[in-house]
Design a protein around this ligand. Structure first.
Ligand SMILES: CC(C)(COP(=O)(O)OP(=O)(O)OC[C@H]1O[C@@H](n2cnc3c(N)ncnc32)[C@H](O)[C@@H]1OP(=O)(O)O)[C@@H](O)C(=O)NCCC(=O)NCCS
Length: 395
């Protein structure tokens, strides 16, 4: 076998994340395939040394590959008028789908099978509802209680099991919004967000160039009083959950040899990635297992990592994982976790988020942690699948 090649990141972009809401969502009239068209167009404009026909493989992750998202990789690419000769693959392992796309793409470059790969993630949770069209195996529900599988219920169970209080979750959510607002106001998302035409709630058309869910003003008293939709007298509220969201994101990854041949510039490469499975009734604890596995296999510890992106599906699960893994302080504000905010503020379009947090991590590394050798991104997924990846500065 030939030696492994290096896979470098040439670019990473995304659409703004909008509420997936039939009346209030800014991108309510845009289909997920159209979001991908915006992304592909921008990617080729920004990187004009690469032509669409040069792409060796396109991989797109979506949690729910049905309806408008059925084989979204192939159908959106062709609908975008892009070359039939580029092979594509739609992948799903729920929320980590976009990250799995990037991991598969990077590995195919490292083995020498491909030189130029686009890995993306896309989801519109209003047009293709979470869990829509699932026909669960009856034997699955002999093994697990149907009351313990819905995502919000797993978040409540984690809060109880790991003793995460509503107060700590609200505090985390407030900091997530504060970080996201500060990053937005400082223009830090400018390099990654590709503006898309959308509509205000009143129907006025406008160019959406920012994430819809970030709250500029938070009222801790109101948050304390919010109802707990997943459990009577529970701890998890809409404020401490990621909202239903629509968005797309993509990474352009190239072998280092090819990048040098084309004169492309790069600073970071894919270093390592793992997946882990865990109990679906506490699916949010997935990063505990994938990050532990990543540390065991690489010999690294939390101290070796600069910025960390952990997807905030719910405050309870991300906070419990941060604590169990000793990634940062026990409570927000954090020094290196989700420094530009997380999904509670930025949104979580399921299959997009794994790619989105890698895109954001690359920008955080460049702007806020230029001396860090490593950055790490991780997320949990419905039914107990978790991914973690390591991004490394190119020597
Ligand atoms: C929590 C959840 C059920 C709430 O859904 P919902 O009740 O339909 O409504 P919304 O998300 O639109 O929010 C409810 C209200 O709370 C408000 N709200 C949310 N956060 C708030 C905060 N920090 N302070 C004050 N109000 C807040 C919203 O603004 C909204 O009111 P509005 O429509 O008037 O703006 C839904 O967002 C959800 O299921 N989230 C989890 C998604 C999920 O499982 N993802 C997968 C993870 S693995």
């Amino acid at each position: 076998m030939a030696e492994l090649k290096e896979c470098v990141f040439i670019d990473g972009i995304r659409t703004p994340n909008a509420r997936a809401h039939a009346e209030k969502g800014w991108l309510r009239e845009t289909r997920p395939d159209e979001l991908l068209t915006t992304i592909y167009t921008a990617l080729f404009e920004r990187n004009n040394k690469i032509k669409p026909e040069d792409v060796d493989l396109l991989i797109v992750g979506a949690a729910n590959l049905s309806g408008m998202q059925n084989d979204i990789a192939r159908l959106a690419w062709l609908a975008s008028g892009l070359p039939e000769s580029v092979p594509s693959q739609s992948v799903s392992n729920q929320c980590p789908s976009g990250m799995s796309a990037a991991m598969d793409g990077a590995r195919s470059i490292m083995t020498g099978e491909n030189d130029i790969v686009i890995a993306a993630g896309a989801e519109d949770m209003e047009k293709v509802g979470m869990g829509a069209n699932i026909d669960f195996p009856p034997r699955f529900f002999e093994r697990y209680s149907p009351f313990e599988i819905p995502m919000g219920n797993t978040a409540e169970k984690v809060a109880e099991q790991y003793d995460v209080s509503m107060e700590d979750m609200n505090n985390f959510a407030i900091h997530s919004h504060m970080n996201a607002k500060a990053a937005r106001d400082d223009g830090k998302f400018k390099n990654e967000i590709i503006p898309v035409m959308g509509k205000e709630e009143d129907g006025t058309e406008f160019l959406v160039d920012r994430d819809q869910w970030i709250r500029d003003i938070l009222d801790p008293e109101k948050m304390k009083a919010m109802k707990t939709p997943f459990k009577e007298d529970g701890r998890v509220t809409a404020a401490t959950s990621s909202p239903l969201t629509a968005g797309a994101a993509a990474l352009l990854m190239v072998s280092r040899e090819k990048a040098d041949e084309l004169g492309l510039s790069y600073s970071y490469k894919y270093s390592f990635g793992v997946q882990a499975g865990n109990d679906p009734t506490v699916m949010g604890m997935g990063p505990l297992f994938s990050v532990k596995k990543l540390f065991e296999k690489t010999g690294l510890t939390a101290d070796d990592i600069g910025p960390i992106e952990i997807n905030e599906a719910f405050a309870s699960q991300s906070l419990a994982c941060i604590r169990e893994l000793g990634l940062d302080n026990d409570n927000a504000p954090f020094k290196r976790v989700n420094v530009w905010g997380g999904a509670m503020a930025l949104g979580h379009p399921l299959g997009q988020s794994g790619a989105r947090i890698m895109v954001t991590l690359l920008n955080i590394l460049k702007t806020d942690f230029p001396d860090a050798r490593y950055g790490m991104a991780t997320l949990c997924g419905g039914f107990g699948n978790s991914n973690a990846v390591l991004i490394e500065k190119v020597a």
